[in-house]
Ligand binder design. Structure first.
Ligand code: ZN
Length: 62
């Protein structure tokens, strides 16, 4: 039997970061729409502390 879109098996890598509902052929890949939109790789949490300030708010409460 032939289903519709049987070749796309993985969620687009921007499924979470850009709410993309498209499917891709490769796990962790980006769909054509995201490529056209120029989406870049989602920021890694491990690197956020390198450039950005830890907390935008000057609050010092614990
Ligand atoms: Zn996408």
């Amino acid at each position: 039997m032939s289903g519709s879109g049987g070749f796309n098996k993985y969620r687009c890598k921007f499924f979470l970061t850009h709410n993309c509902n498209n499917w891709v052929w490769v796990n962790g890949g980006e769909c054509a729409m995201c490529m056209a939109n120029g989406y870049s790789d989602p920021p890694k949490k491990a690197e956020t502390a390198k450039d950005k300030p830890a907390d935008p708010k000057p609050a010092d409460k614990k």
